[in-house]
Ligand binder design. Structure first.
Ligand SMILES: [Zn+2]
Ligand SMILES: [Zn+2]
Length: 452
């Protein structure tokens, strides 16, 4: 088997792996790099430019896996795009939103190549989607050769799949993004058990282990207590969230906490793509029973959009919980603007619940939380830091220990590290080499043909 890692900048980046297995040309995911702009955000598709792909497989609908897929399908209009039923529903919605964001960025930043694809490309991709059920293998043929594709539940977010390929009794597994713990909206991962020939493993949380004594459920408790304290002191609480997955999970956590009398019935403000995704989650629940999210809880909690007029430094006129994207408080997003209003007032608080890249405003604010002030660049506003700032570990990714233990159970002959920054990959490389000394552990150079 040969493979190329097309994620040219490494890190979490624009995920895309091209495999040649026997006669089959297969692409797993085609994402956009969350921190790059323009063509630079795409994977480097040069190795597949003159290749007719036989299969394209999509693990899940976060844009670092999905965002460049219409570019690939436009070049391979007859190739099946294999994925799960939730992803079939979510992918067009996420991509249409991405087109609108790119169109805005074209104007704001003068990026002439945006949008990188059009609505018609998304429509074309939708036609190519072939839904597979979890843990039901399907055989795909090329001449006299065959390959089996099996999708396994990966937790993480609605629809997320790990991918198993079986070719001539060799089993190749892609973990995709994985969470073993169950979430309120979604059961945990159930990955294929060994023996496996080659394992492509995500490494997101490799740089740091979980603090001892802290589990997902104790973190949820800590978060509820903190939100309760902020509301008790008559402040507003900002929880920056990703629109896909995290926002719905938090709605459910808040709803249940209220039902148990652990949070008061204060107003909740939310808006944007995430609210629309709530309706998609409801449809997915009714059609597939793969997730547990009922959109009627939004009405029961009387969720409203935030007031449109916010001024940096002037406290929010309406007190309550603000559940808004982006999760990393990227410039120009609602969470960035809400933060600029509530940060200078000591009754308020910000609760981060997911990973924040250190280069994003969310990551920078976390680093400077003990300082006097924080500068909101896009608003040209220097805010005194008086609100409380806390972080809760509700990541959608498995702990590094859990992933290493999983890798050990597969007894893989080769392990390929993906989806992590350099320090994360290094930890996995050392640890796996120590514990699995018969296995080859590869942190692949990008855009190079690797034979394994
Ligand atoms: Zn993801
Ligand atoms: Zn990812």
């Amino acid at each position: 088997m040969n493979f190329y890692d097309l994620n040219r900048h490494g890190e979490i980046g624009a995920n895309s792996i091209y495999l040649q297995i026997g006669p089959f040309n297969i692409l797993v995911d085609a994402g956009l790099h969350p921190k790059k702009m323009g063509y630079d955000a795409l994977p480097d598709f040069e190795p597949i430019e003159d290749v007719d792909l036989d299969l394209i497989i999509l693990t899940h609908c976060h844009l670092d896996h999905l965002g460049a897929l219409p570019v690939v399908s436009a070049h391979n209009p007859t190739t099946p795009v294999i994925t799960t039923a939730p992803n079939e529903m979510l992918a067009p919605r996420m991509l249409r939103n991405s087109i609108n964001v790119m169109k805005r960025q074209r104007q704001e930043h003068g990026i002439s190549e945006y949008p990188l694809f059009l609505h018609r490309d998304v429509a074309q991709l939708s036609k190519q989607i072939t839904v597979q059920r979890f843990e039901r293998g399907e055989i795909y043929l090329k001449g006299k050769e065959q390959i089996e594709v099996i999708l396994h539940p990966a937790g993480h977010v609605a629809g997320a799949a790990a991918v198993e390929l079986v070719y001539k009794h060799r089993r190749i597994v892609f973990s995709g993004d994985v969470l073993f713990d169950a979430q309120r909206t979604l059961p945990g991962a159930h990955l294929p058990q060994g023996p496996v020939d080659t394992l492509f493993l995500e490494t997101t949380r490799g740089a740091k282990g979980r603090e001892s004594g802290r589990s997902r459920s104790t973190e949820v408790d800590r978060l509820i207590d903190k939100v309760g304290q902020i509301l008790d002191r008559d402040g507003s609480c900002l929880i920056p969230v990703f629109a896909l997955g995290r926002m719905q999970e938090l709605f459910k956590i808040i709803y249940e906490a209220r039902n148990f009398g652990r949070l008061p019935n204060s107003p909740i403000y939310a808006a944007g793509l995430g609210m629309d995704i709530c309706n998609y989650f409801d449809k997915i629940r009714r059609r597939t029973q793969l997730i547990d999210f009922d959109a009627s809880i939004l009405e029961k909690m009387k969720v409203k959009p935030p007031e449109p007029k916010m001024r940096p430094g002037r406290d929010l006129a309406k007190k309550g919980i603000y559940l808004v994207s982006s999760g990393m408080m990227v410039e120009y997003t609602p969470s960035y603007n809400v933060a600029a209003s509530l940060l200078p007032h000591s009754s308020n608080g910000i609760c981060f619940v997911g990973y924040c890249d250190p280069d994003t405003p969310g990551g920078q604010l976390l680093q400077s939380k003990d300082e006097e002030s924080y500068f909101f660049n896009a608003l040209d506003y220097n805010a005194p830091i008086r609100a409380s700032i806390d972080r809760f570990d509700l990541s959608g990714h498995a702990d590094r220990e859990e992933l290493v233990e999983y890798a050990q159970t597969t007894d893989a002959r080769a392990i390929v590290l993906t989806h992590g920054d350099q320090s994360a990959r290094e930890w996995f490389k050392n640890e796996l080499s120590k514990r699995m000394n018969h296995s080859v552990v590869l942190d692949p150079e990008t855009l190079v043909c690797h034979k394994i």
